[in-house]
Design a protein around this ligand. Structure first.
Ligand code: ADP
Length: 515
């Protein structure tokens, strides 16, 4: 029953997890607007604003220049009409036919010219058919309001000339004496009606143009954003395929501009790296499961032997128990390598830099190998300068050097000799070196041995317990420190791994130089 319950719980939490993810994706999609929509709306809005601003400015300028022209024209025409009236109507109009003459002048100058008496009644041109008490007359011929405005603008002189803006028109006004002693007022109006009509037509045209531009710019931006967003959508689909494990996708951005080409290159690079890691992970699982299986089989076999055969024979029992301990150690180191690498590579662990006497620290590291000297006859030849100080993360550098020395022990030749050197190179650098007398490393493998899970094919022939993670741990640690490191190897003669450390002054030498 218990066995049934467990998977149920797992399934539940999985469903809850995927629901949360789906909800998060949904909210993210809700929040973010598509580039396609943004481009279309921004481009359309921009061109619309451009047309409106341009159109309205034009309209304003046209209105201003029209008004100026209208005021000049009415002044000029007003003066000419006034001169003509003062000279009196020519004989062809009949004697004193001011009305006919003024109608003629109004028509020829395309203005509305009237002569008013002091109370605002039209003197010329009279319309004899209109009854003065009718509303028609009131509406068209009682110009007392206009006269009031004219008078208000005239100066106090007997005769006066004025130009002002009246009710929807520009007005030329003049007071003069008709028939010698009757003051009359000439009112010449140049209506702005034409301008209003022109402007309202212009406004309508601006709106039509804006509508047209809006449709056009929407169509253009639709095509443009489709052209831009298309490859991005394409890449997204491919990236999704990549995420689900398809390493054959090929990102292309050739004809779509530099940025997209760079993006495609970056994604192709990521694909290659992912596929490499994926391949190596698979290899690791194969390696690790093989490496786990061998010691486990041995442990089981020897434990059974103790139970069945050697339990009562102390000598044999100790020998068999020794094998079990050795195999358990192999397992432990395998597990700790895998854990170390994952810890170092995830950036959770920061470097804890400290000033360190590397000469002394090397002794400490070498002391961890002393059991090999004593129990298995390994020889360690150590050459070392004293007082070499540097700044490092002690534990991590200790681990890197331990791995390098450990490899030299594992891969050294029959003479079981490992040489370790720590030598000052210059004022700024000292070098750590570990040399073995083993089979060496093939030239074509020199670059690859630092990769995770890499194990040389020949390494498996030896009874060496390795995971292919040791050098990757070394590389990660040294790269994090920014130190130079490498390997020189000659097949059949052995390999030398080295690390260059920055040399820092000791407190003593500081004091010495200060004295
Ligand atoms: P392993 O656990 O297999 O030793 P490493 O990452 O430490 O893994 O090393 C990777 C590979 O590099 C080894 O499998 C081996 O082929 C090669 N190698 C490392 N050190 C030496 C050495 N001193 N001499 C020869 N080959 C070496």
């Amino acid at each position: 029953m218990d066995g049934n319950k467990k998977p149920d719980t797992n399934r539940k939490s999985e469903t809850a997890g995927s629901k949360t993810r789906a909800r998060r994706d949904f909210h993210r999609k809700q929040r973010s607007t598509s580039i396609f929509f943004l481009l279309c709306s921004l481009f359309t809005a921009f061109s619309l604003i451009l047309v409106l601003v341009f159109g309205l400015t034009q309209r304003y300028l046209v209105k201003e220049s029209y008004k100026q022209e209208a005021s000049y024209a009415v002044a000029d025409k007003g003066e000419k009409i006034s001169d003509a009236l003062k000279q009196g109507p020519p004989p062809m109009f009949g004697e004193n036919n001011y009305s006919g003459y003024l109608r003629f002048l109004s028509a020829s100058f395309e203005v509305q010219a009237v002569v008013l008496d002091d109370s605002g009644h039209i003197i010329f041109p009279r319309e004899p058919s209109v009854d003065e008490s009718s509303p028609e007359w009131e509406k068209h011929y009682n110009l007392s309001a206009k006269l009031d405005l004219l008078k208000a603008n005239l100066s106090g002189d007997e005769d006066g000339v004025v130009l002002y803006e009246g009710d929807g028109e520009y007005v030329y006004g003049e007071r003069f004496m008709l028939y010698g002693d009757t003051p009359v007022y000439l009112h010449v109006g140049n209506s702005l009606e034409l301008m209003e009509t022109t402007l309202s037509r212009m406004g309508a045209r601006i709106l039509t143009t804006a509508l047209f531009v809006m449709i056009l710019s929407f169509a253009v931006s639709f095509a443009l954003s489709g052209w831009l967003v298309g490859p991005i959508t394409e890449m997204t689909k491919k990236a999704q395929a990549l995420a689900s494990g398809d390493f054959n996708v090929d990102f292309q951005g050739k004809e779509f501009g530099r940025e997209l080409v760079e993006l495609a290159d970056a994604l192709n690079f990521a694909r290659d790296e992912l596929s490499k890691t994926d391949r190596m992970q698979k290899e690791l699982i194969a390696n690790v499961s093989h490496d786990f299986k061998t010691p486990l089989t041995m442990i089981k076999a020897y434990a059974s032997m103790i139970v069945e055969i050697s339990g009562n024979n102390p000598e044999k029992r100790n020998k068999h128990a020794g094998v079990i301990i050795e195999e358990a150690d192999r397992l432990a180191s395998l597990v700790s390598d895998v854990l170390d690498l994952s810890k170092i590579r995830s950036d959770i662990e920061q470097l804890q830099a400290e000033r360190l006497d590397m000469s002394a620290y090397l002794d400490e590291i070498l002391s961890r190998f002393s059991y090999l000297k004593e129990m298995q006859g390994y020889k360690f030849v150590v050459e070392r300068d004293e007082g070499l100080f540097t700044i490092v993360d002690k534990t991590k550098i200790g681990q890197a050097l331990y791995n390098l020395i450990g490899n030299a022990v594992n891969y050294t030749g029959e003479d079981k000799t490992v040489c370790v050197r720590l030598k000052r190179q210059s004022e700024e650098i000292f070098r750590f070196e570990v040399r073995d007398t083993g089979a060496g490393i093939k030239k074509e493998e020199l670059g690859e041995i630092w990769d995770r899970y890499y194990r040389s094919s020949s390494a498996h022939k030896r009874p060496v317990s390795g995971t292919g993670l040791g050098l990757s741990i070394v590389k990660t640690i040294l790269e994090k420190h920014g130190f130079a490191f490498g390997v020189e190897s000659e097949e059949g003669k052995g390999s030398t791994f080295y690390v260059d450390f920055p040399l820092v002054k000791t407190l003593d030498s500081d004091t010495e130089s200060g004295v």
